[in-house]
Design a protein around this ligand. Structure first.
Ligand code: UDP
Length: 463
């Protein structure tokens, strides 16, 4: 019998990162039964309900432990969610060290696998003489940017959005400065400093496990392979398959009664939020399109990631335009706050996805073959939107007006464009091909399975 290989995984208090790294661990132990995982999770206040549900269903060779919570009140209240999360993770490092010491006292630990936003743990790994890897939930293009940022920081002296030429990230289409991630847009901000520090630390890792696959990011992969650290494209890692729990949900039952590919699914991820004005325009745009839609509605917020850290207490329905639900009755299903996205995207009635382009959502749409409307909000989502719409050509992108609002007529136009019409059909054909390519990546000799085996071999050869 093969000896047990024990790995510790460090995540961050953000559902989409936790879900991605845990799904990765499940696939890893499915392929290599002798691997055991301890997942260490920093928390802010109490774990999110979605996190608890996620951790309930772990197989017996994945354990989890929560670090003592960081008090949300002690974090800068005005700071963006990404900053709050990174500060909470930094404050959790002393507890992480204690948790690792305790684990090492009973277990021969082989490696740490760390979220990029918890990468102070790479330094702890060095102290403890452990191998360390980054599990990178976003795209290979974003990893290429992160590895390049320390150079870009030296090369460019102005704000990136004021840089005259497009920014050349190795292996990627040139990107306008304004399309770089939100937290790089103000170079004097704490958000920028935190990201830059994390980017500088990345090279401490022995390798990178990236949630992407060769077919959609070949050029970025090639550029990444020029780095000293090993890069493994092991995706698309997504939550799939109809879960028994979601079958009885009302929104899924509503989908059962719709025609194939007739419903547009609308969601801005686990924490994305719109302003009240934009929420109104979206409601009127959906109504104007006359198409059927299933909308995961969150209460509006001045900040685009307003529901990312912790629950939002207002009832979102009160923010809809007057009479909206009555007028769209029969055509609409509005879910407040959370819906079983993978189940909805895999349902035969779903024909399109209006998405904020979070990388998990983008991958889920590709794997399940659903054409997209790309409506990026924050983080690196504009870069994802460019890849989806201009690179892979599987998404339409609505135009924003000079006040940064997508107007109702524009919304109705892109909805019709993606749900039917020539462009929609072409997108559907292209995404069907990517769906097949994603499935191929997980066949026995598929690129992602080969990469996973290579990772395990490299890690175990170091032992
Ligand atoms: N998700 C879900 N139901 C929701 C909202 C989100 O299941 O109502 C899941 C979605 O399927 C995806 C993740 O949460 O796996 C969101 O990740 P993504 O990277 O798209 O965006 P983020 O939440 O990080 O902004």
């Amino acid at each position: 019998m093969a000896k047990t290989t024990h790995i510790a995984v460090i995540s961050i208090p953000a559902f989409s990162h936790q879900a991605s790294i845990i799904e990765f661990c499940k696939r890893l132990i499915d392929l290599h039964h002798h691997i055991h995982v301890t997942c260490i999770v920093p928390t802010i206040d109490t774990p999110l309900p979605t996190t608890l549900t996620l951790l309930k269903s772990l197989p017996s060779n994945i354990h989890h432990t929560f670090l003592p919570p960081i008090n949300k009140q002690d974090l800068p209240q005005e700071a963006p969610s990404a900053v709050q999360i990174q500060l909470a993770v930094s404050q959790s490092m002393p507890s992480l060290r204690i948790a690792l010491e305790s684990l090492l006292s009973t277990t021969l630990l082989h490696a740490l696998i760390v979220d990029p936003f918890a990468n102070e743990a790479l330094e702890i790994a060095k102290e403890f003489n452990l191998l360390s890897y980054i599990y990178f939930p976003p795209s290979a293009m974003t990893l290429s940017l992160f590895l390049h940022l320390p150079v870009l920081h030296q090369q460019v002296s102005c704000e990136y959005k004021d840089h005259k030429q497009a920014i050349q990230i190795p292996g990627c289409v040139p990107i306008q400065g304004q399309d770089l991630p939100q937290h790089l847009q103000d170079r004097s901000s704490l958000a920028y400093k935190l990201i830059l520090d994390r980017c500088k630390r990345l090279s401490l890792a022995n390798g990178f496990l990236v949630n992407s696959f060769t077919k959609i990011e070949e050029d970025s992969q090639r550029a990444l392979e020029k780095h000293n650290n090993k890069v493994y494209l092991i995706g698309p890692v997504i939550q799939t398959g109809p879960s028994e729990e979601s079958k009885g949900l009302e929104c899924v039952r509503w989908l059962e009664n719709q025609r194939p590919k007739s419903v547009l699914y609308v969601s801005f991820g686990s924490g994305g939020t719109l302003s009240q004005q934009q929420l109104n325009e979206l409601a009127f745009g959906l109504e104007l399109s006359g198409e059927k839609f299933l909308w995961v509605l969150k209460a509006p917020s001045a900040s685009s990631d307003g529901a990312y850290v912790g629950a939002y207490n207002d009832d979102p329905l009160q923010f809809l335009p007057h009479g909206f639900l009555e007028r769209t009755k029969g055509n609409s299903f509005v879910v407040t706050s959370w819906a079983p996205q993978a189940q909805i995207l895999s349902h035969i009635s779903t024909g399109g996805f209006l998405t904020h382009c979070g990388w998990n959502s983008a991958l889920e749409s590709i794997v399940l073959g659903v054409p997209m409307i790309a409506w990026p909000l924050f983080a690196e989502q504009k870069m994802n939107a460019i890849l989806l719409s201009e690179g892979l050509k599987v998404a339409l992108r609505p135009k924003f007006n000079e006040n940064g609002i997508v107007e109702r007529e524009e919304i109705a136009k892109v909805i019709k464009g993606v749900m039917f019409g020539e462009e929609g059909n072409e997108i559907r054909a292209r995404i069907e091909k990517l769906k097949d390519a994603a499935a191929d990546a997980f066949k026995e000799d598929g690129s992602s399975i080969v990469a996973l085996h290579q990772f395990v071999t490299q890690m175990e050869n170091f032992m």
